[in-house]
Design a protein around this ligand. Structure first.
Ligand SMILES: [Zn+2]
Length: 100
């Protein structure tokens, strides 16, 4: 079962087991209520992102998926309506860039 509201909208083909996460609301209120648990405010440098989180480079909101994210995944940032692709950045951390 996939959650239709999950911002993760696509992944590379292949069978892979991913860790799943239970998301809780963190008080992010810039999107409709049913989507709130999928986003949180970024606390700035030193805010470590979990394996299911990636920072939107456009609006600096943390996008959270109910499963672990991997390079090549596509995610949608609802607050700024950007389509993003997950890439592996410096030090192996996940980053997102805008997918035009
Ligand atoms: Zn954004």
């Amino acid at each position: 079962m996939t959650d239709a509201a999950d911002p993760a909208i696509g992944a590379p083909a292949g069978k892979d087991e991913r860790r799943r996460y239970i998301l809780e609301e963190t008080g992010f209120d810039e999107v409709p209520k049913k989507y709130r648990k999928f986003y949180r405010k970024w606390q700035g440098e030193g805010d470590d992102l979990a394996p299911n989180e990636v920072l939107c480079p456009v609006c600096k909101v943390v996008i959270r998926s109910s499963r672990e994210l991997r390079p090549g995944d596509r995610v949608y940032c609802m607050p700024c309506m950007s389509r993003l692709i997950v890439i592996e950045g410096e030090a192996g951390r996940l980053e997102a860039r805008v997918d035009y």
